[in-house]
Design a protein around this ligand. Structure first.
Ligand code: NAD
Length: 391
């Protein structure tokens, strides 16, 4: 059980780029990073508007001299300090991730980066190589993968409880953008502008989440080829899609489907993953994250509850409040940030044994997501044809 005791004998000196006072996602980054005393927030370039960023940083208690106007100044000046930051989180719009992540690694920082990691496989692979060369980690905030029951599902599948895996059915389909809400909402506006998001909207913004859940549940399953059809139901969003369907074939003969949408009117989030085997199925829904459905053919449905003693021991190690109480996205993110800190510390100590058996959404997860979006766009724009995934 996680009880607030530091898992490390130090707290990593940490900064942020983006995630300012008006951002959607900055607060959950800070809540998660600071929750277990594994990171201390000491510096940042929090906002595209330098003055607003400084005012915000100081309101968080960061020294005003360490609230910088931009990320280059942040990295350069922190590198000159004996007590400069060791790790940085990047929570800016997508078009900036590559340059900021590259610069951070070049300055010898560990990185936590928002998804998607960048826009092209070539860029993503370059970041993976740089991270290896610099011996610094890049963690990706696929936040839903931090839910305990995702780790439980992973264990049950690894144990063979589902039998041979046949079908993976995924969706992330909400209804919040069923109209052109971007006209009044700056946080949505950049999401439908190719200048900021590159070649896709919902494929990169939404689909990469359940895609990573599938990678987490089924690490042995490799996509062989895929086919994508994408649409812009709000016409002003074209060529970016606000809805897409993807079919996948895996190398073991299994098949998968993923529906991502921002125009699923009436749906709150609609992120689900269902893994179907020859004996049983498992299903998890992010709107009820404390329950996992386990359905054995011919038997009554079992609903596994978070925090209960019948879960795997390593899953219970990440329990924060015991069964019966709801945990949510903030706890899932905290679990991930805790893992990022442990991986950063182990990397600094050269603890290869720990790293070899340690799971967290790493730079390869970032590369896989970028490659997947790239292939989906290629397929859709060629008329929804099958394209090889790996080549
Ligand atoms: P937002 O528009 O609400 O906020 C962006 C923040 O970044 C603002 O504070 C802005 O001032 C700042 N900023 C922009 N450019 C900057 C720069 N060059 N230097 C410093 N600060 C800069 O966006 P958001 O919704 O918070 O999304 C940010 C990122 O987080 C995106 O990549 C998005 O895809 C991702 N995101 C991830 C999740 C998740 O579940 N992991 C959820 C939402 C958003």
């Amino acid at each position: 059980m996680i009880n607030g005791i530091k898992p490390l004998d130090r707290s990593l000196r940490w900064g942020m780029v983006g995630g300012g006072g008006t951002s959607q996602i900055g607060y959950i980054h800070r809540s998660a990073a600071l929750r277990d005393n594994t990171f201390t927030l000491l510096a940042g370039a929090f906002d595209i508007d330098a003055e607003r960023g400084r005012a915000f940083g100081t309101s968080l208690g960061v020294d005003s001299h360490r609230c910088y106007a931009d990320y280059e100044t942040l990295f350069r000046q922190e590198a000159e300090r004996a007590d400069g930051i060791e790790a940085v989180s990047i929570a800016t719009p997508n078009n900036t991730h590559f340059a900021i992540c590259k610069a951070a690694l070049e300055y010898g920082l560990h990185v936590v980066c928002e998804k998607p990691l960048c826009f092209t496989t070539a860029e993503a692979e370059a970041l993976a190589e740089l991270s290896q060369k610099q011996n610094k980690i890049v963690g990706l905030t696929y936040g839903y993968s931090g839910f305990q029951l995702i780790q439980q599902a992973r264990s049950m599948i690894a144990e063979g409880l589902l039998g041979d895996i046949r079908i993976v059915n995924m969706s992330f389909s909400h209804g919040f953008h069923n109209e052109a809400v971007e006209l009044d909402n700056p946080s949505t506006r950049w999401r439908v502008d190719p200048k900021f998001v590159g070649p896709s909207y919902v494929l990169g913004d939404l689909a990469t989440h359940p895609l990573f859940l599938a990678e987490t549940l089924l690490p042995a399953l490799k996509i062989k080829r895929l086919m994508c059809s994408r649409q812009s139901f709000v016409k002003t969003r074209a060529p970016l899609e606000d809805n897409a369907f993807v079919l996948m074939e895996y190398d073991n003969g299994a098949v998968g489907s993923l529906w991502c949408s921002a125009v699923n009117s009436g749906s709150m989030h609609g992120q689900r993953i269902r893994a179907i085997g020859s004996k049983a199925s498992i299903e998890w829904w992010d709107e009820q994250p404390n329950q996992l459905r386990y359905e054995v053919q011919g038997e009554p449905v079992r609903i596994l509850e978070r925090g209960m003693s019948y879960l795997a021991p390593h899953v219970l190690e990440e329990d924060r409040i015991s069964g019966g109480h709801a945990e949510g996205l903030f706890e899932a993110w905290s679990n991930l940030y805790r893992r990022f800190a442990i991986a950063m510390d182990a990397t600094d100590r050269g603890d290869k044994a720990l790293l070899a058996r340690f799971w967290y959404p790493d730079v390869h997860a970032g590369v896989a997501g970028v490659r997947w979006v790239e292939r989906c766009v290629e397929s859709a724009d060629a008329g929804a044809i099958w394209v090889d995934f790996a080549s």
